[in-house]
Design a protein around this ligand. Structure first.
Ligand code: PLP
Length: 394
């Protein structure tokens, strides 16, 4: 007898079936994007949105920057991929672009594919070099969703999503140096922190805190890891947060805007740590692939050539001053284009009305804090347009 084939979801149209084939991992905004240019994205109906979210801090040079798109297209036509068993000029140039902009002694780059993978490897490097197993992280921190990185999440709801957690993670309050001093005993391999805690609602700490952490790590033989997945590559108005306040960590993790949207992560390490790594101990198939490296090299070049660090500093001032004049805004936290807008009311309805008006902004772990993570190419005119809309909405 002939078996009858029954479609799994017979009532769905083709478009609906495509959507239903995706695991629903995120709560989606009610918009289907089709294209982007600079700081603007357009939906399928042609409606424009000014993007102050940057695809979650990824669109560093803006959407489809012509130089980045050209570098990607040329590389795709030349050599789309080869693994780390061969040398490639484009990978060497990308590593130089990343390490060459970092303060000494940060000098060597291990390419991976995402922020979480960068943090996994940074913790592993620190454990191996110190021979210790524990990691000290900060309440409120977020470092990714793979096993070790999510176990280092200071936001407990993420740790709870990934039970059982990797053992050996301990937490103290961000900004509390005395607590770090108490927790940093001889079992701690590394202190891991976001220098500006983004997801937690854009929390900052004074320079003395970072100086204190550096001193404690040096005194007690632990390594200092900055998770610069968000703060790196110009977002806070300097190329890296590392080096500020005279503090240079031993390891820096990067991702998000590093290749303007082509998936890439990196661990930037000091000479001392680099000297302990032997071939075959660390690896990844796709990390350091030529396509991502071409995009990263072009991203770094565009940041320099277009003076984007200065533009971020000026734009951030303009945004902050404009927002602080709006009565519904209690205060603005953060630096550069990593800003948290603390409202006198829940942020979600504000975000929804802004979206309907054609402006994309992010939320945070705190209901009353909206996050602005725009492309570094955002212009003064665009900032003014956003400020006018924001004032009207609140
Ligand atoms: N670290 C920080 C500070 C992040 O904000 C994120 C992602 O939001 C990650 C790490 C994880 O990066 P990825 O999603 O690329 O794994």
């Amino acid at each position: 007898m002939k078996a009858e084939s029954t479609p799994l979801t017979p009532a769905l149209s083709r478009g609906e079936r495509e959507e239903s084939a995706e695991l629903p991992t995120y709560t989606r905004w009610p918009v289907t994007l089709a294209r982007g240019k600079g700081s603007t994205v357009w939906d399928e109906a042609g409606k424009a949105y000014l993007d102050l979210y940057g695809g979650h801090a990824v669109a560093a040079t803006g959407h489809c920057h012509p130089e980045v798109a050209r570098a990607i297209a040329e590389q795709a036509k030349t050599l789309l991929f080869y693994s780390n068993v061969v040398a490639m000029r484009v990978r060497t140039r990308a590593a130089e672009a990343i390490a060459g902009r970092a303060p000494a002694p940060l000098s060597k780059v291990f390419f991976v594919n995402s922020g979480t993978e960068a943090n996994e490897n940074a913790m592993r490097l620190a454990r191996r070099v110190t021979g210790r197993s524990n990691i000290l992280s900060m309440h409120g921190g977020f470092h990714g969703r793979t096993a070790d990185a999510i176990s280092a999440a200071g936001l407990q709801k993420y740790r709870d999503l990934a039970r059982p957690n990797v053992p050996g993670h301990r937490f103290v309050s961000f900004g509390d140096l005395a607590a770090a001093e108490r927790a940093l005993d001889g079992s701690v391999a590394a202190v891991l922190l976001e220098p500006i805690q983004s997801m937690a609602g854009v929390m900052t700490a004074p320079g003395s805190y970072f100086e204190g952490l550096r001193r404690l790590c040096d005194e007690r033989g632990a390594k200092l890891i900055y998770d610069e997945v968000q703060t790196g590559f110009g977002r806070t108005g300097t190329f890296y947060f590392s080096g500020r306040h005279g503090v240079v960590p031993d390891l820096v993790t990067l991702a998000k805007g590093i290749a303007s949207g082509v998936p890439m992560g990196a661990v930037l390490v000091s000479e001392e740590i680099a000297a302990t790594v032997k071939p075959e101990e660390y690896g990844t198939t796709f990390g350091g692939g030529p396509l991502a490296c071409a995009a990263a090299e072009a991203t770094a070049r565009v940041i320099d050539e277009e003076g984007l660090l200065e533009k971020v500093q000026a734009g951030s001032k303009r945004l902050r001053e404009g927002l602080e004049k709006i009565t519904a805004v209690r205060r603005v936290r953060g630096e550069g284009y990593l800003l948290g807008v603390v409202l006198d009311r829940p942020g979600k309805p504000v975000r929804e009305v802004l979206l309907a008006k054609g402006f994309l902004v992010g939320g945070s772990d705190l209901p009353e804090v909206l996050r602005l993570l725009p492309p570094l190419v955002l212009t003064g005119g665009e900032i003014d347009r956003f400020l006018a809309a924001f004032a009207e909405v609140v």
